[in-house]
Structures are given as structure tokens and as C-alpha cells.
Write a protein that binds this ligand. Sequence first.
Ligand code: FAD
Length: 311
Amino acid sequence: PFDVLIVGGGPAGAAASIYASRKGFATGIAAERFGGQVLDTLGIENFISVPYTEGPRLAAQLEQHVAENNVDVMTLQVADKLVPAKVPGGLHEIRFANGGSLKARSVVLATGARWRQLGVPGENEYRNKGVAYCPHCDGPLFKGKRVAVIGGGNSGVEAAIDLANIVGHVTLVEFADGLRADQVLQDKLYSLKNVTVLLSAETTEITGDGGRVDGLVWRGRHSGQEHRVELEGVFVQIGLVPNTEWLADSGIELSRHGEIVIDHKAATSLPGVFAAGDVTTVPYKQIVIAMGEGSKAALSAFDYLIRTEPV
Ligand code: FAD
């Protein structure tokens, strides 16, 4: 068995594996896709100390850094069950969709998250070409331009407030008849001069000129009428879904959004099971944060292992 088995090979899992192996632990990473969401990212300008990089390049560097440490990397492994140890100090088991299973004295869960997609024509075609999901990451790329934010929950309204400070104009498009964000955020939003709010508005298409986004089509849900807004960017803010479906019957505590609940040391509700990155309740889903959290989870696993007798 492993001392530390990490599930997920994004920034959080990679960082956890390097920290764990440097403690001399038998360390493994099992992941569906090494690199995680970073593989789907184009330009990255907020990875501190690296002014500019690109997703595939950063993913390759993560993989190389892990390979330089003594980590058993297993890719194309889709975990579908966590069977926690029955007794303190016992072995946890991770089962995989291909029928295999691995055991470990401690586990770090780092399976990340995925942005919920709108599912309209143009969204995939113009992804990274005007269609964006992360205002912290991509907001500055639209400096002075016109953008839309889709979604009127807290994340959508926060994104619109954030972007209004950077871009020329923001159109917030909400499907329902009202915004669902906290009142204080709504008040702030309505006080901004360069924001238009569309309610009862269904986004039906993101259009482009073949190279980049040039507009958005929405239909009034009561009038049935279609309208077009010309703009350069669309931020989809209808939810970040944690990859925790596979943990449903493990007994681990999840938040009402499905995130793994962790404490300030990355411990979950199960002794010896730690979690890090976008899959957890940690606020602000970013690469540098996921790496810090992964490192923290591995150090907490170390703390646990030196205090717990194996059984
Ligand atoms: P992830 O990167 O999601 O990695 C999860 C890992 O778990 C993957 O290896 C995946 O294959 C694996 N996995 C999932 N389910 C299973 C399973 N059941 N079994 C086994 N393995 C599984 N952040 C920034 O800081 N700057 C940016 O510029 C930036 N731009 C972004 C642009 C886009 C388009 C997207 C989607 C995200 C962007 N982010 C950016 C966010 C950043 O990518 C994430 O915060 C970060 O990747 C989270 O790391 P993670 O390791 O927690 O999870």
C-alpha cells in the first residue's frame, strides 16, 4: 500500500505529491487526466513569478516536476469509490472504474471541478476566443471592451461588479425574473453606470466572426422576442461543479454545493483523508491557491502518519 495516495493530477494533486514524496513517503497519484483544468486554459497571467505561460506548457512542467520526485503516477484512472478505513490507522481503499483498486494509509482527494456550461451554439467554438469562465483570470484581457456575464447568482453578480471596473460595458443576463445574489451585491450592481441588467432573458446563442466572439443572442422569456447584443466577451457564471459525485456514499462530509468540507489544515471529516483545491470548500478557485492547498494537505498527511500507528 501507499503511505499517501493522491486522487487527481491537477495543480493541487501535483503539489501534494511533491510534498509527500519529499517526506520519504511511498506516494502515488491516480488521475484521469494529468494537468486537470490547466490543460483547457490558454494564457495564464496570474501564476505568480511567471508573468505569462500557457496551460499545456504549465501542465507539462507540472508533470516533469512530479516525475523528478519519487511518485508513482497512474493516469487514465477514474476513481468511482472511496472505502474509508474501518479503524483509525487502517487502510483506505480507492476503487476505479476499470475494476482496479489501490490502498493507502492516507489519501488526498484533489479531483477538482468543472464549470457548468450554457450548452448554446457558439459556446464551445469560441471557448478561449471570447468565451470565458473565470473573471479573475481573463477579466484584464477585455480591458475597455464590451462583455456579457451570464448568470445572476452571487458569482455572476460578483463577476459583473469586478468586470465593470476593468471593461467598457457589462451586460448581465439572467434567465429568471430576478437576481439571486445577496441584496448588498445587487445594490452595488445597480449603482454602476456601465452595467445593463437583463432579466427573464434566455441566452440562445454566442456568435462570432469565425475567429472571435462578436455578440450574443437572447430571447425574452415572456415576449418570445429575440435580441442581439454586440460585444467582445462572454463570461459564463452559472456554477462551478465539484467532481465529487463518486464520493456520494463514502460518508465524507460535503457542502450543499457538493464540495468536500475541509478545515484550515485540509482535513476532511474522515481521519486520514485530506482534500485540496477546487474540489473543496476553500474559497477562490485558482492555480496558486490549489497548489498551496495541495502542499498543505500533504503536510497534514505527514502530521497524521507520524502520529498514527499502522494497524
Ligand atoms: P483540476 O485542475 O480540476 O484537476 C483535477 C484532477 O482530478 C484532474 O487530473 C482530473 O483528471 C482528476 N479527476 C477528476 N475526477 C476524477 C476521478 N473521478 N478519478 C480520478 N481523477 C479524477 N486559474 C488561474 O489561477 N489562472 C488562470 O488563468 C486560470 N484560467 C482558467 C481557465 C479555464 C478555461 C479554466 C477551466 C480554469 C482556469 N483557472 C485558472 C482555474 C484553475 O485551472 C483551477 O483553479 C485549478 O486547475 C484547480 O486545480 P485542482 O488541482 O484543484 O483541480
